[in-house]
Write a protein that binds this ligand. Sequence first.
Ligand code: ADP
Ligand code: MG
Length: 412
Amino acid sequence: MEARHHQVPTDEKALLEELSSAFRAHFGEKAARLFFAPSRINIIGEHIDYNGGNVFPCALTIGTYALAAPNEENALRLYSLNLDAENTATLPLNEEKAPDDWTGYVLGVFHALEQKGLKPVGLDIAVAGNIPNGSGLSSSASLELLCGVIAEALFEKTTDETLTRLDLVEAGVWCENEYLGVHTGIMDQYVIGFGKAGHAMRLDTAAKQHEYVPLELEAKGACILVLNTNKRRELKDSKYNERRAECATALKELNRLLREKGEAPREFLCDFSEDELNWLDGLDPVIAKRARHVITENARVQAMIDAFADSRLEDAGQILNDGHRSLRDDYEVTGPHLDAIVEAAQSAEGCYGARMTGAGFGGCAIALVRQDAVDAVIAHIKKIYAEKTDRTAECLISLAGDGAGERVVAAN
Ligand code: ADP
Ligand code: MG
């Protein structure tokens, strides 16, 4: 994660004014189109999007904005306001080696889409995001989908086939997995591509299909807080890849047991149910713990969707708490800061439950909170977290927003 050089305003209007003047300062006076891609939280279903499970994320109203316009330079001129960095890539793009800075996320998506019939043309692109720095709310997938919708709108079409939303999502996943070598699942790009205001989604990561679920939090007298530990995720990519490899080992071992019984092997770890957890007894203890998290977490997703549908918020909170415990003890991806902020939330009067969200190792947690207790819960979390750690907590109320797309009003 690169150090940020510029504090971008969180307020949308102020952000767009700064983005617009940065665009003019770098690329001159010209009409540009405005694009936006959100960040996301995952309510439940963590680390199972690469195990064929169901997950329950929603897009947020904060995210990454871009102004983009054609240029005559036969080059992509890229500027990030957050990093105060300008980089140029001449066309045609050369796929061989991913740049090791932020432009890797941009060029990776463009490469993937070139394969799907969108030929890059010279563009000036200025981006600015209001996602808290290093917070695990998936700023990378936000930037990827942002580039996807820019390419869809401004690149040259070289085929008659229609480019689908799923193509954009898969371009982001390809960028992350193949181009940059981070073996994340499909959830982040998918929910950022398909998000819908006021809704979360039940995403079946094996079938790559989703169903929207209305959150109706206001009617339930509740809200979801995003709790930023202000502890950057460290060693994330290597640990991520390690967990993926451990899941692959678990699946292989379980399939070996199935074959010994004369049964057909299964495709994903999430094809095993909670009734079959005793099969893990014969496995290496670490591998068994990883698999236990995956299988129980997949069951928690449906339980959570049912609890939301019936407005059983106490049950929903308990499922969050169970999910955190599983990520802490079985999957071992939390760390002292996430544990401290989650415990602080769980001990607050008016908090139904809390858990880490995203890949882990730092970043953010979420808490389901009674609407009339929000201020007191935030004050409690900040106080306890400051006492227990070397950081201060940032708490914001999360609003479920729409997926990536062009914004109608050009900001300049
Ligand atoms: P996250 O959990 O936020 O996705 P990652 O480490 O996966 O964390 O991705 C963060 C990286 O994405 C940054 O280091 C940077 O390279 C890129 N990025 C995200 N947002 C921006 C932005 N607004 N401007 C430039 N680069 C960005
Ligand atoms: Mg990321």
